[in-house]
Design a protein around this ligand. Structure first.
Ligand code: 5GP
Length: 116
């Protein structure tokens, strides 16, 4: 569950690394992605426990996963038109680069892609 070194997201949460924190509650926070892939590209991240993947989080704390989804939905409504894609990359071959679970919230005109 936890790694020895804090993840980049934990360092952002600790304000050691600057980021645009657009939402924060007791258990979840959200930032704008540093390399946006859509007009609205947010990352929703749990504060408690550096779960490596969405599957790990779902098994350990389903309520926290549900809160992430609810926050993603709220932010998409506030910052876009409420229509969005929610992506959890899981594993290196799926494109995961930060092993601290996070939901990508992609809104606005989305790029062409295999799921489009
Ligand atoms: P993954 O590839 O693990 O699904 O997503 C990691 C995401 O984190 C990428 O979209 C990447 O652009 C974003 N990211 C990595 N480092 C930083 C950072 O220091 N600040 C912000 N705001 N986003 C980051």
């Amino acid at each position: 569950m936890s790694t020895s070194e804090p993840s980049i997201f934990s360092r952002i949460l600790a304000r050691e690394i600057p980021a645009d924190i657009v939402y924060e509650s007791e258990s979840v926070f959200a930032i704008t992605d540093i390399a946006p892939q859509a007009p609205v590209h947010l990352l929703v991240i749990p504060k408690t426990g550096e779960y490596r993947s969405v599957g790990e989080l779902a098994k350990a704390d389903p309520a926290l996963l549900a809160e992430m989804v609810a926050v993603a939905d709220q932010l998409a409504a506030e910052r876009s038109d409420g229509e969005y894609r929610l992506v959890f990359n899981t594993g290196e071959s799926a494109g995961q680069t930060v092993f601290h679970v996070h939901a990508h919230v992609l809104g606005g005109q989305l790029p062409e892609g295999t799921l489009a």
